[in-house]
Design a protein around this ligand. Structure first.
Ligand code: CDP
Length: 229
């Protein structure tokens, strides 16, 4: 049985396994995968290109008036479009990663992104991953997951990801960067990173990708059947 049209929220800190899990779960269920972090990264790229300091909330709010961020599906890949330009590679750069939490804390940025994410989710059949999906964007999501993992495991995974793209990071630096971003994301005033009360927590430190995907898919199927979907 295929669980139709549910909204699934996957939140968690940096490099906790959200993207891989969300992508594969969406694939298995025939759902659309929405990587909301990619949207915040695209806005950050535009802010950096415009030379606006990430702390300048007013400057960023003005820039957003002429900014369009969209996700487009191309086969199994989701492409992030910034004003129509495919920025999939640039948004993963170390410069964007360093600035993204500072840009994401502004209310104007959050309002615009949340509006777009809700619009995409109106029809259901979606796996959204981010920091505030279960708490703010879709507090009524059919199922919420909160992924966590030890800092070493997260830094190792991020390192592997970067090496696959030809960047050789040092592990200590990655641990620092992840800690810093988690701290900024968890302590900001606007929709901070936190686990929704009704979210299912999964520690992925010692799980294989297949195991963590299976846990999520089984839960979704159970809820989908309960709803007669
Ligand atoms: O892949 P990783 O977990 O490292 O980060 P990401 O999901 O691409 O998110 C990048 C940044 O965007 C986060 O550190 C947050 O500052 C911000 N973000 C957010 O504020 N709210 C979301 N729903 C998603 C991301």
């Amino acid at each position: 049985m295929s669980p139709g049209k549910l909204v699934i929220a996957i939140d968690g800190p940096a490099a906790s396994g959200k993207s891989t899990t969300a992508r594969l779960v969406a694939e298995r269920l025939g759902y659309v995968h929405v990587d909301t972090g990619a949207m915040y990264r695209a806005v950050t790229l535009k802010v950096l290109r415009a030379g606006i300091p990430p702390a300048d909330g007013q400057g960023i709010a003005r820039l957003l008036e002429t900014t369009h961020v969209a996700l487009r599906r191309e086969g199994e890949l989701i492409r992030v479009l910034l004003d129509g330009e495919d920025v999939n590679a640039e948004i993963r750069s170390p410069e964007v990663t360093r600035a993204v939490s500072a840009v994401s804390r502004h209310r104007s940025v959050r309002e615009m992104m949340v509006r777009e994410q809700r619009r995409m989710g109106a029809e259901g059949g979606l796996v959204l991953e981010g920091r505030d999906i279960g708490t703010v964007v879709f507090p009524d999501a059919d199922l919420k997951f909160f992924l966590i993992a030890g800092i070493e495991a997260r830094a190792r995974r991020r390192g592997e990801e970067l090496r696959a793209r030809g960047i050789s990071p040092d592990l200590g630096g990655l641990i620092e960067e992840i800690r810093e971003r988690d701290s900024l994301d968890s302590t900001r005033d606007e929709s901070p990173l936190r686990k929704a009360e009704d979210a299912i927590e999964i520690d992925t430190s010692h799980l294989t990708i297949e195991e963590q995907v299976r846990v999520v898919v089984e839960r979704v199927r159970a809820v989908g059947e309960g709803k007669g979907a």
